[in-house]
Design a protein around this ligand. Structure first.
Ligand SMILES: Cc1cc2nc3c(=O)[nH]c(=O)nc-3n(C[C@H](O)[C@H](O)[C@H](O)COP(=O)(O)O)c2cc1C
Ligand SMILES: C=C(O[C@@H]1CC(C(=O)O)=C[C@@H](OP(=O)(O)O)[C@H]1O)C(=O)O
Length: 389
């Protein structure tokens, strides 16, 4: 359930996402999908492209009278910028006036230009960068918006915030009331809950922009309301934390992922790491802390899922790094494209998106069924079972 594919080049006509196997009978709110797309477009440090695009989906299959049919659900997001790239991105044969100088031949360190060109035998690295581009994450955000609507029917909600930009750090989420904590985050240009850190982040971006440089950072995603029992310890590829780690690593420019205490756990004694178990009639089994980030054995434990991801600085620099011309092999300055300087706030929304997709897939696997009603019945019967153990 919720298997999907995305297609589309960054400056091509459109992005397309197809969810192959949604459940039938799920009520869909298209405005809500577009709201998620808007959230991904925000953030201080973005380049000129985001003022050209105003992403929204057109649904062309899989929905009738506002409900999914169980058939493939196709969503298209137009690239408004395509208007300006029609010659460069022509689908038909190359225009007569397309010059050698129009090719991208000076690979940017940190982008996919060089390995992509070598692997696919291209003489123009645009053939690589167009698909490597994080423009693709708009399509994933649309898929995730459908998954979020499915999850919210079961009171599962997903949040994120930025906890580091460059060398400026902000406090992480420490398991207080989730909705209260995240209520202000969407209003911040950095998606940061701490006003003081936000100010410093802004200053850092302005300073680094001035130097022609770029910035990365860290964001944290929290999923609340997730029931115990998603994922499995049985096979290496059925562990849900492992699937999430892979999904996070698939986001452009993400170089590290940790759950709960993550790397910090390695330096602590076991007595200060493992989450002690307790039981109350009203709650069932629960933990006195949540250092694991919501997983044991690749299975959700019923506590909040907490994932942090580290994003490297944006590879395209206004003051370009040294590289080598792909054809002449001579020293050169890396290609300069219009670019973001920092996209950590946007990446945090993509982090929410990949979390939603993985959770919806695992939820579908555990409570499976062809229709939403069938999944609901299966879930309700599991809830009853939980009340009686
Ligand atoms: C939301 C978002 C926006 C990005 N914007 C840019 C950008 O404007 N310029 C750029 O060079 N890289 C940008 N990147 C990063 C590149 O897409 C990424 O570094 C590249 O595809 C190579 O992949 P890798 O870093 O995962 O190895 C962005 C990444 C994300 C998640
Ligand atoms: C288009 C998006 O992000 C783009 C990701 C990106 C890259 O190289 O990853 C490069 C930039 O594209 P452009 O060259 O058109 O300015 C970003 O704007 C988006 O997030 O929707």
């Amino acid at each position: 359930m919720f298997n999907y594919i995305t297609a589309g080049e960054s400056h091509g006509p459109a992005l397309t996402a197809v969810i192959k196997d949604p459940p039938a009978g799920l009520e869909l709110d298209v405005d809500e999908i577009n709201y998620q797309l808007r959230r991904r477009q925000g953030g201080y440090g973005r380049g000129g492209r985001m003022s050209i695009e105003s992403d929204s989906v057109e649904i062309t299959s899989g929905v009738r009278f506002g409900k999914t049919l169980g058939s493939p659900l196709t969503m298209t997001i137009k690239n408004k910028d395509w208007e300006n790239w029609q010659d460069t991105m022509k689908i038909e044969e190359k225009p007569d006036d397309f010059q050698k100088e129009d090719r991208v031949e000076k690979p940017r360190p940190g982008h996919a230009d060089l390995p992509g060109a070598i692997k696919y035998n291209f003489d123009d690295m645009r053939n690589v960068l167009e698909r490597a581009s994080a423009r693709e994450t708009a399509a994933r955000t649309a898929v995730a918006a459908v998954c979020r609507q499915f999850l919210s029917e079961f009171d599962i909600k997903i949040f994120s915030h930025v906890i580091q930009i460059g060398e400026v750090e902000a406090p992480g989420f420490s398991d207080e009331n989730v909705e209260d904590f995240f209520s202000s985050v969407d209003k911040s240009e950095f998606r940061c809950a701490d006003k003081n850190s936000e100010k410093k982040m802004k200053q850092l971006i302005d300073d680094w922009r001035e130097k022609g440089d770029s910035a990365g950072g860290v964001f944290e995603v929290v999923a609340a309301g997730v029931p115990v029992g998603l994922g499995s310890h049985i096979h290496w590829d059925s562990k849900l934390d492992a699937k999430l780690a892979r999904a996070f690593m698939s986001i452009q420019a993400i170089k590290g992922v940790e759950f709960g205490l993550g790397f910090e756990a390695a330096g602590r004694p076991g007595s200060e790491v493992h989450d002690e178990i307790d039981f109350k009639d009203s709650r069932g089994f629960y933990r006195r802390s949540n250092n694991s980030g919501g997983f044991e054995g690749g299975i959700t434990i019923g506590e909040n899922i907490k994932i942090r991801a580290a994003m490297k600085p944006i590879p395209t620099l206004a003051t370009p790094l040294k590289t080598v011309d792909y054809h002449t092999k001579e020293d050169a300055s890396a290609a300069k494209e219009r670019s973001d300087i920092c996209a950590v706030p946007a990446a945090s929304i993509v982090g929410e998106a990949v979390t939603a997709i993985q959770l919806a897939q695992s939820f579908g696997q555990k409570f499976g069924g062809d229709s939403f009603g069938e999944i609901r019945r299966n879930f309700n019967s599991y809830k009853k079972y939980l009340q009686h153990i």
